[in-house]
Design a protein around this ligand. Sequence first.
Ligand SMILES: Cc1cc2nc3c(=O)[nH]c(=O)nc-3n(C[C@H](O)[C@H](O)[C@H](O)COP(=O)(O)OP(=O)(O)OC[C@H]3O[C@@H](n4cnc5c(N)ncnc54)[C@H](O)[C@@H]3O)c2cc1C
Length: 387
Amino acid sequence: MSHHFTESEERRELRKAVAALGARYGERYFYAAAQEDRKTTELWSEAGKLGYLGVSIPEEFGGGGGDIGDLAAVCEELAIAGCPLLLMVVSPAIVGTVIAQYGTQEQKERWLPPLADGSQIYAFSITEPDAGSNSHNLTTHATRTADGWVLKGGKTFISGVDEASHILVVGRTSDQRTGKLKPALFMVPTDAEGVTWQQIDMGVISPEKQFTLFFDDVHLPHDALVGSEDAGLEQLFAGLNPERIMAASMATGTARWALNKAVAYAKERDVWGKPIGAHQAIAHPLAQLHIDIEMARLLTQKAAALYAAGDLMGAGEAANMAKVAAGDVAARAVDTAIQTHGGNGLANEYGLVQALAASRLSNIAPVSKQMALNFVAQFSLGLPKSY
Ligand SMILES: Cc1cc2nc3c(=O)[nH]c(=O)nc-3n(C[C@H](O)[C@H](O)[C@H](O)COP(=O)(O)OP(=O)(O)OC[C@H]3O[C@@H](n4cnc5c(N)ncnc54)[C@H](O)[C@@H]3O)c2cc1C
């Protein structure tokens, strides 16, 4: 029986290497790209070449053959360095997992290697204006034709459409027998005729943007359908655990980044003849953050370990709990770091005020805090469903 609470030696080496890459970029690079309307292409392709983006993709499709915990470690380390890459949650974690698990051999050969080496990015779209948290209300749907499918509908808040070669779209097909709409997943090229999008004016400072998407009778070949038409929901859920584990890791990374900045400042800044960090009103919130970040990381690593071991329900529970813990601590860490910096907390030079909106993101997307709490209330506590 193993008694290890720490990650494997291999995982820790991976973290060190990714941290070194992140240190060469950092938040100045990230914010400059956002403000100058550039992308994080250099960082993304370097991470791809080094095998970090594809670390959890099977080796036979150009990946590293690791698990979601490895990919989460990459995402967390880059966030600690000040580069929280939202598209890591989307492209390798959600889309990569769904294709690797449910794609045909041909689909895996076609789509996974460029994802793993970073040469292609895939967006993921489920959210719709009139469905939101309630995916039972999705209306985007595909109709079968002689030569494939015709997709109609729209999505909102979809990240990275402008950078993506394809979008994995959660739509529905109508069941000929029952007339019911069933969820189904489609890979849609962003340059297909009938696909248009519009950037949403967001307050989040990031090179990665959000879009409203429109599918106006988009013709797709038969093999745009990923996985079976009859196992839509199960396939969708396959991507949800990785999504939550990744979102939690990005949040704990952001929290650690903010805490590191606050601690450094509290050791330096001296207005009463000793550093402000000597005052417990400054020191204790930082110590508490250190504890709470560690708790959120442990839960996240537990979720990743359960997922790798094939315990999907156990992983789901831990991943939802981790996401709530991590989302809260990310928001509090950025807030506390700003307070620790006094006026400088709101000066652009210190790089914290820019993270304020992003620090709220983990409690909203990819799934809101309330929906994660609903899961824990119903699944862990057996409370009745309210909706
Ligand atoms: C920066 C950003 C990037 C995003 N990227 C993507 C992406 O790439 N792909 C994608 O598909 N989507 C993406 N989203 C969308 C995101 O997943 C949704 O915003 C999120 O799921 C919440 O849906 P909503 O905004 O419609 O909120 P709503 O569903 O309208 O909810 C509003 C509020 O009500 C609460 N609420 C709703 N139902 C319940 C309930 N039953 N019980 C308790 N509380 C409830 C919610 O928690 C929330 O606080 C992104 C969003 C943002 C902000």
